[in-house]
Design a protein around this ligand. Structure first.
Ligand code: HEM
Length: 507
């Protein structure tokens, strides 16, 4: 009898639980179905549209955006998402501190980046963001200029080996240079990433794991973890993950050791930032007095090592490609460099960098066409009105940054490379959310000033030494977590007249 009552109570509870959830789910789907969409197939949704090589995905997506209304639903199998591209709609989401929650597809990054700043939400995100923000204050960034320049000098020295080559891929060289930069600036450890090839395994694992994640995002049947882990892709994911964790653990061990041995400057309070050299972001985490657990520190290290080098690598490489493919633009950048530095071999100062206005426009225009992070998303925690549509709570709103940046209503000849798009008067005439390579609002990129300085220094060092020549078509941009050029950036470099002095003097 007792057993009978227990079973009845258990079944009733299950029914209430799933009944409620089922009802919520049905209401959610009903609301989502009111959002306009095209070419949606029952059960499979739009998945069939995206099956195929990742290389075609950006082009396909631009077509889909063109064919649909400015707010439209995309169905990954039975699960709906909403895509928005109009700046005024983007502002509704990114500009509001209520909409900072991330879930799908960020959750596929969980086993890698865990509670790190890029994917975490809620109070944990708030606490971490507040703790980390001082490490990216402009006064501390000034102390990084020397590292950016020293690493760029090594890069230039290594590139001389390719002077007589008809073409070579510059991507791996930039990647190892930016990795060295983030390790030295943010983590406070000096690792010879540029001449010692053993660290390339970490950088390669970053590229490979993001490719695997993107393949999963467009394949709803791989969403359940137990299925994914049985597939070859799932097994490759695990292998790359191991490499990434091993490297991060090594970085942490080294810095902790230096920390214990007193090899770091102690941070007393926030006002000390910028007044002490060699204070690293990682030191800030290590002395957070229990605010962060060991695991959270590790997740932030993973996050910043990835976000801090893969993004700038893509940005710099696309800039090099654009300059090689647009010789007049390259000449103008070089005139500006000549005016700022003359024949001198002095390292760039903050003042020099402010003078490089045209180079800045080139970088901005490159990030318009090839935003390093091409797509971002936010999960709605309440119903939200966007334009004339109600977006139901629980849905993820996707913002394809690359599509916002190529909207013909915002940019004339949107697919053409034209740095004049960033003349001050043109910028002033555009909606502020028409250009969002670093996202915007409360969850914008914490490293954007760091990135701009690094990109300016690295590009100016390369261009003061070499003329860049294109060796073929502009590569296809890949719509992955990071917008990389398919098959790298194959260019030819030619020494500039007076320039090779720049590092010869220092040898
Ligand atoms: C060209 C270079 C870069 C670009 C285009 C870029 C772009 C972005 C974008 C679009 C986001 C928002 C992501 C989202 O909402 O899902 C973001 C967030 C972030 N970026 Fe960057 N980024 C760059 C460089 C960097 C660097 C150098 C660092 C670190 C040193 C960095 C660290 C981060 C972090 C930690 C976040 C998460 C911020 C938060 O949610 O509070 N980024 N970045």
């Amino acid at each position: 009898m007792n057993m009978y009552i227990v079973i009845v109570v258990a079944l009733t509870l299950l029914l209430v639980y799933f009944g409620n959830n089922l009802l919520t789910f049905i209401t959610f789907i009903r609301k989502a179905r009111k959002i306009p969409t095209k070419d949606c197939v029952p059960i499979f949704g739009h998945s069939f549209k995206y099956i195929g090589p990742l290389s075609g995905l950006m082009k396909t997506f631009l077509e889909v955006v063109k064919q649909n209304e400015s707010v439209f639903a995309l169905w990954a199998g039975p699960l709906p998402f909403v895509s928005i591209t109009k700046p005024e709609h983007v502002e509704v989401i990114l500009g509001n501190s209520k909409y900072i929650h991330k879930d799908f597809p960020y959750k596929f990054l969980n086993s890698w980046l865990g509670s790190g700043l890029v994917i975490t939400s809620g109070t944990m995100w708030q606490t971490h963001r507040k703790l980390i923000t001082p490490a990216f204050h402009f006064s501390i960034l000034d102390t990084f200029l020397q590292v950016f320049t020293e690493r760029s000098d090594i890069l230039v020295k290594n590139l001389t080996k390719y002077i007589s080559c008809e073409k070579f891929d510059i991507y791996p060289h930039i990647k190892m240079c930016t990795l060295g930069v983030i390790l030295e600036t943010a983590m406070g450890i000096q690792i010879d990433t540029q001449d010692n090839k053993e660290h390339a395994e970490y950088a390669d694992a970053c590229c490979n794991i993001t490719e695997e994640i993107m393949k999963r995002v467009i394949s709803p049947w791989l969403f359940p973890q137990f299925i994914y882990s049985l597939t070859p892709g799932g097994r490759r994911f695990e292998k790359y993950l191991q490499t990434l964790h091993n490297f991060t653990d090594k970085v942490l061990r080294e810095r902790k050791q230096a920390f214990v041995l007193g090899g770091t400057t102690q941070l007393l309070n926030e006002n000390d930032i910028g007044t002490k050299k060699k204070l690293s972001f990682l030191d800030l985490l290590l002395q957070s007095d229990g605010t962060l657990t060991d695991e959270e520190v590790r997740d932030e290290v993973q996050t910043f090592m990835f976000a801090g080098h893969d993004t700038t690598t893509a940005g710099i490489c696309w800039c090099l490609q654009m300059l090689a493919s647009h010789p007049q633009v390259q000449d103008r950048v070089c005139e500006e460099l000549e005016k700022t530095f003359g024949d001198s071999d002095h390292h760039p100062t903050t003042r020099d960098l402010k003078e490089l206005k045209y180079l800045e426009r080139v970088i901005k225009e490159t990030l318009r066409l090839y935003p390093s992070v091409p797509m971002i998303g936010r999960e709605m925690k309440e119903d939200v009105r966007i334009g004339e549509h109600v977006i139901p709570s629980g849905i993820t709103v996707g913002i394809p940054i690359f599509a916002v940046h190529r909207d013909p209503e915002l940019y004339r000849d949107p697919h053409q490379f034209n740095p004049d798009n960033f003349l001050p008067e043109r910028v002033a005439a555009r909606h502020p959310y028409a250009y969002i390579p670093f996202s915007a609002g409360p969850r914008n990129c914490i490293g954007q000033k760091f990135a701009m300085l690094e990109m300016k220094i690295m590009l100016s060092c390369i261009l003061r030494n070499f003329k860049l020549e294109a060796t073929g078509e502009i590569p296809t941009p890949l719509l992955e977590i990071i917008c990389r050029p398919q098959n790298g950036v194959q260019i030819k470099i030619v020494p500039r007249n007076s320039s090779m002095l720049m590092f010869k003097n220092k040898e």
